[in-house]
Design a protein around this ligand. Sequence first.
Ligand code: SIN
Length: 328
Amino acid sequence: MRFRALSAAIALSAVFLAGTVDAKPIMIKFSHVVAENTPKGQMANKFKQLVEERLAGKVKVEVFPSSQLFGDNKVLEAMLLGDVQMAAPSLSKFKRYTKKLQLFDLPFLFKDIAAVDRFQRSAAGQKLLDSVKKKGLVGLGYLHNGMKQLSASKPLLVPADASGLKFRIMSSDVLAAQFEAINANPLKKPFSEVFTLLQTKAIDGQENSWSNIYSKKFFEVQPFITETNHGDLDYLVVTSKSFWDGLPADIRATVKKSLDEAIAFGNRVAAKKAVSDRQKIIDSGRTKVLSLTAAQRALWVAAMKPVWKKFEGQIGKDLIDAAYASNK
Ligand code: SIN
């Protein structure tokens, strides 16, 4: 009898001890606005998989796609309040945190994603990751989506075709200036509202990557897409400085390594989707994809490029020159 009481007491203290020793896992809420089957959606899911394999029981990652937790207009504020730990907003959505990242919105700055990639890997590109530091954020890495195309309710072959049309844009002053340069009307609206705005004809067009145009079905409500490749849609994966600095060093290193691998995976998905989603859109027969002649393209470049000068003071001429040099 005494032996059974002793064993029960030992078992109880073991449970008690386990309860106190087993710390709760660190939670990383990762919020984003796109569908799961996109470069960013797949990158976030890969990150979760790698972290939970390598830090089982220590770190858990919850991914919230499609603006389920926060839209891009709120997510960075929420991050600074500790309500979400990671996100990857488009580089166009950081204007309240730094003016430097406006660089990536300059029209016709990069000829393709390979040039964007070269610049991001350069010393100047890597230094830009720190541009959000003063505001309490940590730039952990860039992720590609793809070059942007213009979709509209009418064929757009020369800039004059866009005159007077309403285009949804991300919350970027450079993108506003880009559309004003062709006498169009830019409207800053959240990504989650774009489909309905197009469907109800509250706006006439928008700009986005092939992956976003496909995954959010914009092509079903836009009869024309012009293959302009006029700008870059990439992301900055961010966290808050207080969360990042508060992680134990070994955990932080494994989380960063997992993120780097997830980003490399996401970039491979982005490269494939830029081709396959474009083809799926063409094959759907729901929209007409238009190509520009060299002369037509030159007109778009001539109309939009003066925007660079307008933002040179905020971005820095050296940075613009360094980015442009990555085209070679
Ligand atoms: C995204 O790809 O995260 C959203 C882009 C947009 O707002 O158009």
